[in-house]
Design a protein around this ligand. Structure first.
Ligand code: GLN
Length: 505
């Protein structure tokens, strides 16, 4: 196995490929070998498509040899969260109800990856229908954190972040409805970006909560995230909420990496009680670095953020209960016939299928959402939550009158042990207390590694938030901070993670 290839950033792989020092076939094969060596332990993938990835790589190699003008990331492989529709490749959303479903079409984002020549290594594990913060709600077993295999990799997109952290893929796609790109990024020591709502097409993203869902990059460096963002972003007529404007200048901002004169607001409501000491300490140090680099740091209050989690857990289940109604045993996926019924009605088949096909967390949210939307309760729950949503957007608007970006810890804790929070949904939900406000307001957010917590030696994350459509600011701040932290650590944080696959490789 060529370790150097799997450790290289996407940007440096792109350089090697452009100079002809390595072929895409070699790059893809190195990653498939790495997956073979470590994924038995990590379980980041639900499906690996070696054949498809090698065929796409061979095609890029052939086109490069013919002198074709290729996209900068052409030939660099990628892993895709199993919530994105991929033509000819299983798409389960981590659910039994979609076991064996092979979509007849590609999500727009997947089409863009294919057109840019990124070979797709496979589909990554996730909490069922993206509900969760640990990947333990996957019907196919949890993913393990490469930093400590007994711990969770975050969720719902733990598979994508673990794949990138374990060098199984240089790039991955995640989706973030309440934090599912950013929180896994924080607890695995990787970079994750939730673009502005509408910045990346949702066509072919199996919906959890349509007004909150957004797909984005999962990478090891800020520049890699920017390069990937520019591939997947942009207007799509197939998604009515897609923004009709060019992709923000994210790559330029990542390369400039400048914070001089930038106004940075530390969110007062995020980072106090309930946050692990080591998470807070690394966050404070990161903010001090930004200040040292010429940023002006002020504290900003967003009082309505205290109600964000409560509002989210009414809005999300409401939308989810409606979105998941399509899994009716008639159109696609699983069909279970009720036992002991000779001539079952459609309703009986639907009930038996949904009972067998959905896991406990999904059922919990369908019940919650149906209740919140029911007549008599609609105004008290769903309606009230929508008003909170407006207040949160107002708090963001007010904050961004004073500052260019906002910062907070990404997640209140480092990676917890598998099984620790499974019996306590509320403590699982609290993982996203800092990430949810951005989804409710539609603003972009990035998580990047801020260091290791003293108490357990595990990665911590800092979150950067910007006004809607100003995604480039995340990259400017993120890249500047990343450069300073690299110097402080004497190299990438992930180099401090334990070796994986040593015995089997
Ligand atoms: N953990 C949050 C939830 O369970 C966020 C999920 C997500 O972003 N997909 O809803």
């Amino acid at each position: 196995m060529n370790t150097d290839i799997t450790r290289a950033s996407a940007a440096s792989l792109a350089d090697l490929l452009a100079r002809g020092e390595v072929s895409s076939t070699e790059v893809v094969q190195a990653h498939l070998d790495r997956i073979g060596a470590v994924d038995g332990d990590v379980h980041a993938f639900l499906h690996v498509d070696g054949e498809g990835a090698l065929a796409a790589a061979a095609d890029v190699d052939r086109r490069r040899a013919a002198g074709e003008d290729l996209h900068v990331l052409a030939g660099v492989p990628i892993a895709v969260k199993d919530v994105m529709a991929t033509k000819g490749m299983p798409t389960t959303c981590g659910s039994r109800i979609l076991q064996g479903w092979v979509p007849p079409y590609d999500a727009t984002l997947v089409t863009k990856l294919r057109e840019a020549g990124l070979p797709i290594l496979g589909k990554t594990n996730m909490d069922e229908f993206a509900m969760g913060s640990s990947t333990e709600h996957s019907a196919y077993g949890p993913t393990h954190n490469p930093w400590d295999l007994d711990r969770i990799p975050g969720g719902s997109g733990g598979g994508s972040s673990a794949a990138v952290a374990a060098y199984e893929a240089p790039l991955a796609i995640g989706t973030d409805t309440g934090g599912s790109i950013r929180q896994p990024g924080a607890v695995t020591g990787t970079v994750g970006v939730k673009p502005t709502y509408g910045g990346v097409s949702r066509y072919g993203l199996v919906a959890l909560a349509s007004s909150l869902d957004q797909a984005g990059p999962v990478t090891r460096t800020v520049l890699d995230a920017a390069l990937l963002h520019s591939v997947i972003g942009g207007h799509d007529p197939m998604d009515s909420t897609s923004i009709d404007a060019p992709v923000p200048p994210v790559v330029e901002a990542a390369r400039r990496a400048d914070v001089k004169g930038l106004k940075v607001g530390v969110i007062k409501e995020l980072g106090g009680e309930g946050y692990q000491a080591g998470v807070r300490a690394r966050f404070d140090e990161a903010v001090a670095l930004l200040e040292g680099a010429g940023a002006e740091v002020v504290e900003v209050s967003a009082p309505s953020f205290d109600y964000a989690l409560a509002a989210y857990y009414l809005i999300l289940p409401s939308e989810a209960s409606s979105n998941l109604a399509k899994f009716d045993a008639m159109r696609y996926g699983l069909r279970v016939l009720p036992e002991g019924v000779s001539d079952p009605s459609a309703e009986q088949v639907m009930a038996a299928t949904r009972d067998a096909g959905f896991g406990d967390e999904v059922k919990r949210r369908i019940i919650l959402g149906t209740y919140a939307l029911s007549s008599g309760y609609y105004d008290a729950y769903y309606g009230q939550a929508q008003k909170v949503r407006r207040l949160i957007a107002n708090d963001f608007a007010k904050a961004f009158e004073q500052v260019d970006v906002l910062v907070s810890p990404t997640s209140p804790t480092t990676a917890f042990k598998l099984g620790d929070k499974l019996q306590d949904p509320m403590s699982m939900y609290l993982q996203d207390v800092a990430t949810i406000p951005a989804n409710l307001a539609g603003v972009p957010g990035m998580s990047l590694p801020s260091g290791l917590a003293d108490e357990d030696g595990l990665p911590t994350g800092i979150q950067v938030l910007a006004p809607a459509t100003k995604d480039e600011r995340l990259y400017g701040v993120g890249a500047a901070l990343e450069a300073m932290l690299l110097e402080k650590w004497g190299g990438p944080l992930l180099a401090k993670a334990p070796e994986l696959g040593v015995k089997g490789a």
